[in-house]
Design a protein around this ligand. Structure first.
Ligand SMILES: [Zn+2]
Length: 248
């Protein structure tokens, strides 16, 4: 079991590292498959040590080996997130032994890692990634006989952000948030969609207040709502039952 745990940690970190690379390339409009990762500052190819998930960042003390500039902490954040999510998926598997739940957990985790990195770093929600994840989750819902509730909750998610989008004429909410609302609904069903979106807002508001209190943001700073929604979705997916049992 210890070996499986360590393997899962490493697999999650590697998945996070890989997804983060694709996010950066999508943002720069590059092909997924071209060349090796390069330094954000001097564009030299990165040393192989920088490509070792988590440890690469820690060993280089967060600086590049080529030009000794600060590395973005995003590599580290996304790799840690990948490890944590894969371990949570493993934990759910040991609790329930449910193959569909396992597959759902993997799709949700990969989608969340990707979107958190993309929206958090570049304020961008990937349409292709969202489409593929949404279709995979709908297929899994079909197999488990929960297609209708999944579609219903997806519609609730889209409407929740769609109404705000219409009211603010796209100034408060981005079109990407409508897509995310739909996928959060499909992923969580009822009542998860409500818990997930609310949790996302609570996490976002808490973080924003913290940034304002420490003078790192003002009331006008744009926040990556999608990234917080992903954290809310993950919270609801993994801890909904525990959360509801505390409340009721
Ligand atoms: Zn460099």
């Amino acid at each position: 079991m210890t070996l499986i745990f360590i393997f899962t940690l490493m697999l999650g970190a590697a998945a996070g590292s890989f997804l983060h690379c694709i996010v950066v390339r999508e943002a720069a409009n590059e092909k997924w498959t071209t060349g090796r990762s390069e330094c954000d500052h001097c564009k030299k190819p990165l040393a192989w040590t920088s490509n070792v998930p988590i440890l690469g960042y820690l060993l280089s003390k967060g600086r590049t080996s080529c030009c000794n500039k600060p590395l973005t902490p995003w590599h580290f954040i996304i790799e840690i997130l990948g490890s944590a999510l894969f371990v949570l998926v493993l934990w759910q598997w040991t609790l329930h032994g449910d193959l569909l739940l396992l597959l759902q957990g993997i799709v949700i985790s990969i989608f969340a890692i990707y979107t958190l990195a993309s929206d958090g770093r570049f304020m961008h929600v990937s349409v292709p990634m969202s489409l593929v994840s949404g279709l995979l989750l709908l297929s899994l819902a079909t197999v488990s006989g929960t297609l209708l509730p999944a579609l219903g909750a997806g519609l609730v998610g889209v409407l929740f952000f769609g109404i705000q989008y219409a009211l603010t004429r796209g100034r408060g909410i981005g079109s990407g948030d409508l897509i995310l609302g739909g996928i959060i609904g499909i992923a969580l069903g009822f009542p998860g969609v409500v818990i997930g979106i609310l949790a996302g807002y609570v996490i976002g508001a808490t973080h924003a207040l913290f940034l304002i209190a420490t003078n790192r943001a003002t009331g006008k700073t744009r926040v990556p709502l999608g990234a917080y929604l992903m954290l809310g979705m993950l919270f609801a997916f993994f801890f909904e039952d525990n959360f509801l049992s505390i409340l009721f």
